[in-house]
Design a protein around this ligand. Structure first.
Ligand code: PHE
Length: 344
């Protein structure tokens, strides 16, 4: 075979080999077999030394043209490969250009206090309690007088009160609901009354001027401390989903007799002591007691016939215990970065 024929054969082979490729990598590799440094065409050119000047001219020209033709073959094959790739991708991929873009999440979320309030409502309604509501601006009578705090009763000092200019007050506790319940409901009854209460407190990590309580009141025949303790322990184990350590201390509130403070072991520090429990390991969570006969009488009941228990649950503390929040001020801060953690 003459050199001319060989070059023509190389070209033919290049056409048939290169035009069937469909990947750029393969194309680059194969191309080098023909026109690369060690490619077939280059090898032939290396043998041209033995030829006459005339022959070299013709062959050189032919070799150059062949090189150019192979180069342009590679270029057009590259375009074909790319087209093939895009076509295939388009065929197999689905873009819904009309689909609306993902909307930013603008949904509101319930405040952790509201969430826990709802849970408590569910727990108590499942135990046969009904839910009562009362006003935040109360009379002195409902907040104090009927609850056995007489006008100059020293215990009034424990409830730092905001008074309104028209002689009313911002309720200092949800106990203000008790006499409303006694007057409006027919005993026996079981109610809870969740709500916002106000005290003129110096604000710190565990005190706010505005906080939340759930009042509970059960009135019936022969209601005992055992009923009270059982109800409280059921509630706490439901809320925390485990048995929590509790202790009962005597506590004084004019509207209960006997009165107790039910403490739970601090769940933030596990009883070791921290800023939330004021380094005592215990948290006052549940003041409670048997309803004082004077309160029953103020509510229009005969205290010889009726008995009851009452308790006041601090919701803010409960939320702090549950989530390990060290400072009550976060709860009313309106800080979205804080609140978004409770998105359910
Ligand atoms: N109302 C009381 C308080 O806020 C708590 C309490 C409620 C105590 C019911 C006894 C019975 O301090």
């Amino acid at each position: 075979m003459s050199l001319v024929e060989e070059i023509e054969a190389i070209y033919k082979e290049a056409v048939s080999e290169l035009s069937k490729l469909n990947s750029e990598d393969e194309l680059d590799n194969k191309k080098n077999l023909f026109v690369g440094k060690k490619g077939k065409l280059t090898q032939i050119l290396k043998t041209m030394g033995s030829l006459t000047v005339e022959e070299r001219k013709t062959l050189g020209k032919l070799a150059n043209e062949t090189q150019e033709k192979i180069d342009s073959l590679v270029a057009s094959q590259r375009i074909k490969i790319k087209d093939f790739f895009y076509e295939n991708t388009l065929k197999n991929e689905f873009f819904d250009v009309l689909r609306p873009i993902a909307e930013p999440n603008l949904n509101g979320t319930l405040h952790p206090l509201t969430q826990i309030q709802h849970e408590i409502e569910a727990i108590f309604t499942s135990m046969g309690f009904s839910i009562m509501d009362g006003p935040e601006v109360e009379t002195d009578y409902n907040n104090f007088e009927a609850l056995n705090f007489k006008a100059d009763h020293p215990a009034r000092d424990t409830q730092d009160t905001f008074y309104t200019t028209d002689g009313k007050l911002l309720r200092t506790h949800t106990s203000a609901i008790q006499v409303r319940a006694l007057r409006n409901l027919k005993p026996p009854f079981r109610i809870i009354a969740p709500g916002r209460v106000f005290r003129y407190e110096e604000v710190d990590a565990s005190h706010e001027t505005t906080f939340y309580q759930v009042e509970g009141m059960v009135v019936g025949k022969d209601i005992s401390i055992a009923n009270l303790i059982y109800t409280m322990e059921t509630l706490l184990s439901e809320i925390f989903q485990k048995k929590v350590k509790t202790r009962l201390r005597p506590g004084y509130f004019p509207f209960v007799e006997p009165g107790f403070e039910l403490d739970i072991q601090c769940l933030v520090c596990g009883g070791k002591g921290c800023s939330v429990c004021k380094h005592s390991g215990w948290l006052e969570l549940l003041p409670c007691g048997l309803v004082h006969p004077n309160v029953l009488e103020a509510g229009g009941l005969d205290s010889k016939d009726w008995t009851g228990f009452a308790f006041g649950l601090g919701l803010d503390r409960l939320v702090m215990m549950r989530y390990g929040i060290h400072d009550i001020r976060y709860l009313h801060s309106g800080n979205l970065r804080f609140l978004k953690q409770f998105q359910s």
